[in-house]
Design a protein around this ligand. Structure first.
Ligand code: BG6
Length: 508
């Protein structure tokens, strides 16, 4: 331990700046599925960054549970991951040697009791506690198996320190399976031990949305049906499905992005000010929003939603094959790679304001935004001039180039009253350097016990119940509209925005 502490110190002294935030207690960080992609791409880069800036306590341990690899092989692949996915972290050999001294490995099968016995023995008493975070970086079908293994071995017992279990979406594939998962987990763990991670809520600009809303007075008077025409929440991606055909074929864009990330963001946009900034108070407000969302009826689904799939095309110079030609996708697949849905929130603040959530793969660019589009001018004085005034929009850019933009009309310079469009920009950080990765934020929250940005069981079930009628209608489809990879020509999108001031906001 002594050795580890001094080693880690040299890692942090190599740091050039400190992060703002509370340092975690020394914790046993256990990763199930530690040989997988998520661990390599996201979890380890986030942990190394947290360690370097002093957020992660240097006496913590990182315990990987995986099968069929030696500790050295595993560490070599993690090191590769850091150089590939955390390019701003310059880990030289000496620093890596020190960081890797924090690692341990448990070789075992997740369904085997012996694995949890080995894990029990591997957990260390750190400063008088055996705090442990268990991160399930495994397919969801294993969540209950892991929870049962922990429970049986007494590893979920919190007498000697906190025990928190982190799971990733999907939390079920429909209402029934999400209820079943919640019930199974809650028989083995208390709800407060379960951290359902949604990496969208860890994006700095999503949290900034809350600060903008509730730490300023000028927005709140406008934030309602009297001034807002509609709201668009989007996640356009240029990537395809990678190696995930198996999952994506069963999921599709609606489940993959809308039911989870985008509906979560919608709750933060629409919620009332919480009485305090605590997990309970914030999540109580979020669930009220979901309860107020109008449920789709079978016969409104067609009018209120869009589903489409990409055909071959080009993005930049790259030729992109059609979704149906991707490895693992059946040639007659009708899975949607683009989806959109128009939600209404039936409460005093939002009555009649459409919230249009949309997402798609293989679009021209990767952009995620919240667009608050305000009502049109009541009377236009400048109608005869070249560029008619546009409706104002307040745009929260979630990525890339996190920031806030206000689209306004201004006078053209010169002896004229012609208007021109102008964008007031407030980038979240001038050089992009201070924006933490969502996993850093969320891992830090789990380690410090702040569940504000994690979905509670009731929220998950409510959001499934809202989209269930769409899934019911879509499951019987035998064909699907297409859009060319690399284009915005998605059938039905313009119609979905009929009656919305300014129409579909395609990211520029
Ligand atoms: C994941 C989805 O949850 O989020 C992926 O399963 C998607 O399909 C990803 O690509 C998008 O995340 P981000 O942060 O890149 O927008």
């Amino acid at each position: 331990m002594e050795n580890l502490a001094s080693n880690s110190e040299s890692v942090s002294t190599a740091m050039d700046k400190e992060c703002i935030g509370k340092q975690t207690d020394p914790t046993n960080i256990v990763i199930f599925g530690a040989g997988g992609d998520l661990t390599k791409r996201k979890l380890i880069p986030a942990l190394v960054k947290m360690l370097r800036c002093g957020l992660l306590h240097q006496e913590s341990k990182i315990i990987g549970v995986l099968k069929g690899r030696s500790l050295d092989e595993w560490l070599a692949s993690l090191k590769e991951g850091i150089s590939e996915y955390a390019k701003d972290v310059d880990v030289n050999n000496e620093q890596w040697k020190n960081f890797s001294a924090m690692f341990k490995m448990v070789d075992g099968d997740l369904a085997d009791d012996a694995t949890y016995q080995l894990l029990d023995a591997a957990l260390e008493n750190l400063n008088g506690f055996t705090h442990a975070m268990f991160y399930c970086a495994v397919p969801p079908r294993m969540y209950t198996t892991i929870a049962a293994g922990l429970h049986k071995q007494g590893l979920s017992d919190q007498t000697k320190g906190f025990r928190r279990v982190v799971i990733e979406k999907p939390f079920g594939m429909d209402l029934k399976s999400s209820k079943q998962l919640n019930q199974e987990l809650q028989e083995l763990l208390s709800e407060t031990q379960i951290y359902r991670i949604d990496h969208y809520l860890g994006k700095e600009s999503v949290q900034n949305l809350l600060v903008y809303r509730f730490a300023n007075t000028i927005l709140e008077p406008l934030w309602n049906r009297n001034y807002v025409d509609h709201i668009q929440i989007s996640a356009a991606e240029d990537i395809g499905i990678g190696y995930r055909a198996n999952y994506y074929e069963k999921s599709g864009a609606l489940r993959d992005m809308i039911q989870s990330h985008l509906m979560q963001v919608m709750t933060l946009v629409a919620m009332e000010p919480p009485v305090e900034f605590t997990a309970k108070a914030v999540r109580d407000e979020k669930i009220k929003v979901l309860r107020a969302v109008r449920h789709f009826e079978k016969d409104t689904v067609k009018k209120e939603t869009v589903a489409a799939q990409y055909s071959s095309g080009t993005i930049g110079d790259a030729k992109i094959k059609a979704y149906v030609a991707e490895e693992g996708v059946s040639a007659d697949s009708v899975t949607e790679t683009f989806s959109a849905a128009r939600f209404y929130i039936d409460n005093w603040r939002w009555q009649g304001v459409p919230f249009i959530l949309w997402t798609g793969k293989r679009l021209p660019k990767r952009v995620s935004e919240i667009v608050i589009r305000f009502r049109k001018l009541p009377f236009n004085l400048f109608d005869t001039h070249a560029t008619p005034p546009i409706a104002n929009s307040l745009v929260f850019r979630l990525h890339p180039d996190e920031g806030i933009f206000l689209r306004m009309n201004a006078k053209m310079p010169g002896l004229t009253t012609d208007t021109q469009r102008m964008v007031m920009r407030a980038p979240y950080s001038e050089d992009g350097q201070d924006v933490s990765d969502a996993y850093e934020v969320l891992l830090h929250d789990v380690l410090t016990g702040d569940a504000t940005l994690f979905s509670r069981a009731d929220e998950v079930e409510e959001s499934w119940s809202i989209i269930e009628p769409i899934l019911d209608v879509w499951k019987d489809r035998i064909s699907i509209d297409r859009y060319r990879a690399g284009s915005w020509d998605v059938p039905g999108m313009d119609e979905l925005f009929t009656d919305c001031v300014g129409g579909w906001h395609k990211p520029s």
